[in-house]
Design a protein around this ligand. Structure first.
Ligand code: RIB
Length: 302
């Protein structure tokens, strides 16, 4: 068994800058409008590859002009794209507005990602059986997600972003489930747990009690928590002046998995992943901002 198989989305990101996010019904002046590679699946695949992992991607693009820019960095970094189908749909599109404070809003149009169904995923069963880690997000259909967890021969890591309805058994295979605080609340709701808390440690504990083997709760500028039934560990993150947080969570997930494959435990992997995530916020875009192994990552202060 070796490497990581990412079953997930591949998007063209259409990015604009705004001074602040518009209110409903409001028109604002923006800048930018360029296309860059994105998609939570592709972002995590690239981050893992740049951090030294052997990566195979299962996904789909369209046969349109966005397919090439959406996959260019994956191809350049050596991610195996043999299981990326070229469909008659349009390539997935994300319209991303980034405000001056670095925060973004994203509108995701699935396009070809909607064809990553049970049927498509099963065509790549061998790759999933051989993978040491299968990494999943929420930008593909639930049937494809469930098939991947069923066929996975190794560890399943899930970053359910966005939170979609998936079968309970499939979801509980996640080890760890990786989520931010908002997503954690939605995942608990999906599992029928009323979490009357937004406190990170209580959320992590509730996820463990709901049946997950382990939990990684990402807390943005406040770092992360790694939780198992034995202990909950705080993971610090470097303090940086964020320019654009798009794809920082994906970089965290990809780097985390790359470090697990290299032999780190979850705490060590998350410490490294937090520094990778912080690095990506220092420049614009998702994949464009991801570091390779030679990059100098920001240090955790204190
Ligand atoms: O997490 C960031 C990603 O979300 C973007 O690259 C965009 O494609 C959306 O899917």
């Amino acid at each position: 068994m070796s490497g990581v198989v990412v079953v997930g989305s591949i998007n063209a990101d259409l990015g604009v800058r705004v001074a602040r996010h518009p209110k409903p019904g409001e028109t604002l002046l923006g800048a930018g409008g360029g296309i860059t590679p994105g998609g939570k699946g592709a972002n995590q695949a690239l981050a893992a590859s740049l951090q030294g992992a052997d990566v195979t991607m299962i996904g789909a693009v369209g046969s349109d002009p966005y397919a090439a820019p959406a996959t260019t960095l994956l191809r350049e970094s050596g991610v195996n794209l043999d299981a990326v189908d070229i469909t008659g749909e349009t390539t997935g599109l994300a319209v991303i507005a980034v405000a001056d404070d670095g925060e973004n809003t994203i509108i995701f149009v699935p396009g070809a990602n909607a064809t990553v169904t049970d049927e498509q995923v099963r065509q790549h069963a061998d790759a999933l059986r051989e993978a040491e880690i299968t990494l999943l997000q929420g930008e593909i259909p639930a049937s494809g997600f469930a098939a991947a967890t069923e066929l996975a021969g190794g560890r399943v890591v899930v970053n359910l972003a966005p939170v979609i309805d998936v079968p309970r058994d499939a979801l509980l295979k996640a080890d760890p489930i990786m989520a931010n605080e908002h997503e954690a609340g939605l995942i608990l709701e999906q599992l029928g747990v009323q979490a009357a808390t937004e406190e990170p440690r209580e959320l992590a504990t509730a996820l463990l009690e709901a049946g997950f083997t382990s939990v990684v709760l990402t807390l943005g500028a406040h770092g992360a928590l790694v939780a198992t039934p034995e202990k909950i560990m705080d993971i610090p993150t470097p303090k940086v002046q964020a320019v654009d947080t798009t794809g920082a969570g994906d970089a965290f997930a990809g780097a985390f998995v790359a470090r697990l494959l290299a032999g780190d435990d979850m705490v060590a992997a998350a410490r490294h992943a937090a520094r990778v995530g912080a690095f990506t916020t220092l420049s614009a875009g998702a994949q464009n901002s991801y570091p390779g192994l030679a990059a100098v990552l920001p240090e955790v202060q204190g």
